[in-house]
Design a protein around this ligand. Structure first.
Ligand SMILES: NC(=O)c1ccc[n+]([C@@H]2O[C@H](COP(=O)([O-])OP(=O)(O)OC[C@H]3O[C@@H](n4cnc5c(N)ncnc54)[C@H](O)[C@@H]3O)[C@@H](O)[C@H]2O)c1
Length: 321
């Protein structure tokens, strides 16, 4: 744990991907804590209306040369790196593009952290995709990752770069490996976020398509819990990887049931074809998060789904599809 002075100090913080679902929720909390927040985002999936009005904004791609100029001009103390190509299916269709954003772009951010003496970089990896179809469920950080999609491969590759920069140059980092995140503001155009997609379909009277028999499982964690994990990470001296999940496996049929229970009525659903190569099980062991960050998921699925439905019903902006 860091000193009291550190806790109360206002820091210059960069949030890449800070117009996105998780990044914008994190930026809001950092602003509330009194930090000077800058957001760097190319708005490919992020939304201008999610930008915190007190944060400085650069509409810039993480792959661009502009990044160097911004880093030297702003002199950030800390960087939360969340900008990413997050769609697993897209990564399968175009692994070169996924590599460009998630490896090359991330490396551009990391190189600038080192050159501009950033104290620490916090990276949002993926506990849902780095391990692949793990034989150990719930999966611990000690399990050897074996991703089965380019998205997972590239997230893991950048984790290795973080470790290399730490070992060789002393650049501090902390990688969080979040499970499947859901909640308000989740982008509804990609594959990630089955809960948000089903909720949005239901609220807008579209039917939900369950791929395969619906017995595939995920570990669903509410966005506010993820943000709390990032905030706790900020005050930790730990360098390495930490799973952020609930340790609970939930299958798609149970997700549908939970949405139906929250709504008080059945939802329109059909089974579609199983997705070839789809990971069948995913669930994270979060003991390390508890020990090191004193973090534990607080929002149960029932409550999280209710909050997501409420947000979806009241949302002013339809998804940009
Ligand atoms: N959503 C999940 O279930 C989940 C689970 C585990 C990890 N993550 C990770 O958490 C992070 C945030 O994910 P999210 O769900 O908020 O996704 P999101 O798509 O809402 O956010 C990503 C943000 O990055 C921006 N971005 C994308 N490419 C960029 C580029 N080349 N340059 C600059 N900005 C770019 C987008 O515009 C968007 O605002 C990602 O790194 C993702 O891989 C997400």
């Amino acid at each position: 744990m860091k000193s009291k002075a550190f806790l109360s100090e206002s820091k210059k913080i960069l949030v890449t991907g800070g117009a996105g679902f998780v990044g914008s929720t994190l930026a809001d909390e950092l602003v509330k804590l009194g930090h000077q927040v800058t957001v760097l985002d190319n708005l490919v999936t992020g939304k201008r209306e999610y930008l915190n009005p007190q944060a400085k904004f650069y509409k810039v791609d993480i792959c661009s040369d502009e990044v160097s100029r911004i880093f030297s001009q702003e002199a950030f103390d800390l960087v939360f790196h969340l900008a990413a190509q997050i769609d697993v299916r897209k990564s399968v269709e175009d692994p070169i593009f996924d590599n460009k954003v998630n490896v090359f772009g991330s490396l551009n951010i990391l190189k600038n952290c080192l050159e501009n003496k950033v104290e620490k970089i916090f990276f949002s990896s993926t506990g849902g995709a780095v391990y692949g179809d793990a034989s150990e469920i719930p999966t611990t950080e000690k399990f050897l990752p074996s991703p089965i999609c380019p998205y997972g491969i590239h997230k893991l590759t950048f984790e290795k770069y973080l470790n290399y920069y730490y070992q060789v140059y002393g650049q501090k980092y902390l990688t969080l490996r979040p499970a499947n995140i859901y909640g308000p503001r989740q982008y509804n155009g990609g594959e990630a976020g089955v809960i948000s997609i089903f909720v949005d379909n239901t609220v807008n009277k579209r039917r939900c398509i369950i791929s395969g028999d619906g017995t595939q499982t995920r570990d669903f964690v509410y966005v506010d819990d993820i943000v709390q994990a990032f905030l706790k990470a900020m005050y930790s001296n730990f360098v390495g990887e930490i799973n952020i999940g609930t340790g609970r496996e939930t299958n798609l049929l149970e997700v549908v049931k939970a949405i139906e229970t929250a709504l008080g009525n059945d939802i329109e659903k059909v089974h579609g074809p199983a997705r070839p190569g789809e990971q069948m099980r995913s669930c994270l062991d979060a003991k390390r998060a508890k020990e090191i960050l004193h973090w534990k998921a607080q929002v149960d699925l029932k409550t999280g789904i209710k909050k997501t439905i409420e947000w979806s019903k009241n949302k002013k902006h339809p998804p940009d599809l």
